[in-house]
Design a protein around this ligand. Structure first.
Ligand SMILES: [Zn+2]
Ligand SMILES: [Zn+2]
Ligand SMILES: [Zn+2]
Length: 270
């Protein structure tokens, strides 16, 4: 199974779209892994998690044919995860797609309602699927379980456990400290890959998002529950300039605790 991290930043990107802070300037000066676009991930070039304002450009950069994506899972409706206008581009004359090129989109009721209101799904060859926390999706090649997050209180923000090729991935952002019922469910799984929300960086908050301290604690708890062990790949992502640590600094802090620091274009073969 191949995971490609298309973007690894929080809402504003890093450098932030309009930001003049010192951390955005540092990111611009150092380039490379410090240039971060809005977060999304593609699995086996077939399953896309989140459609962001940067997904199109990232698909060109990483040789991903978006017309071949069969399943799109949206975590929540925030603009860095959900850019519904782009779905217009599936319609004629913007796209010439074969008749059977159906895109199955899964998301919470806020997400699917927005798509329903704005997009002609039949013309765009979209099949909408509203899902709720603890819903399971079986798609033959993979299965997925949605879990609740402590994020975006006006909607059911979702985290995903995806089983594919006998491997299990936890897509855990935007999360905040997981709600109790999410912790309970996580105990049932062994995770080959666990992806954590490290938006706050050095800032020790855990409501809505997490930072370094919180993800270290979360990893320790998951170890205690047997959900991860030293063979699991733990990844920190969704970084904000307000976290204050550049890529190399993040690696210095997080590597000793067993985390990989995600960057745009990072490929993981599991
Ligand atoms: Zn976000
Ligand atoms: Zn900034
Ligand atoms: Zn969000």
């Amino acid at each position: 199974m191949e995971l490609i991290f298309l973007g690894t930043a929080a809402a504003e990107g890093w450098p932030g779209v309009f930001c003049t802070c010192e951390y955005c300037q540092k990111a611009k000066d150092s380039g490379g892994e410090n240039i971060r676009t809005r977060s999304s991930m593609v699995i086996d070039k077939k399953i896309l998690i989140d459609l962001t304002p940067d997904t199109y450009l990232n698909s060109l950069r990483h040789n991903i044919d978006l017309s071949k994506i069969k399943y799109l899972f949206i975590t929540h409706s925030h603009q860095d995860h959900f850019y519904p206008q782009e779905l217009h581009m599936r319609m004629e004359p913007f796209a010439h797609l074969p008749e059977d090129a159906i895109l199955d989109i899964f998301g919470n009721s806020k997400v699917t309602k927005i798509i329903e209101e704005r997009i002609d799904c039949e013309k765009a060859k979209i099949r909408l699927n509203t899902i709720h926390p603890f819903d399971k999706v079986e798609c033959g090649e993979f299965s997925l379980l949605a879990l609740p997050a402590d994020h975006a209180p006006d909607e059911e923000s979702l985290l995903y456990i995806i089983k594919i090729d006998n491997k299990t991935i936890f897509y855990g952002h935007d999360s905040g400290w997981y709600p109790e019922r999410t912790w309970e469910k996580l105990k049932d799984f062994y995770l080959d890959v666990a992806i954590f929300d490290c938006t706050f960086g050095n800032n020790n908050q855990r409501q809505g998002h997490m930072g370094i301290m919180a993800i270290i604690e979360a990893k320790e708890l998951l170890e205690k529950y047997g959900s991860i062990n030293n063979k699991s790949i733990c990844i920190a992502t969704h970084f904000s300039h307000n976290g204050g640590l550049l890529y190399e600094e993040l690696v210095e802090v997080l590597q000793p605790y067993g985390f990989k620091v995600a960057y745009d274009g990072m490929i993981l073969n599991v």
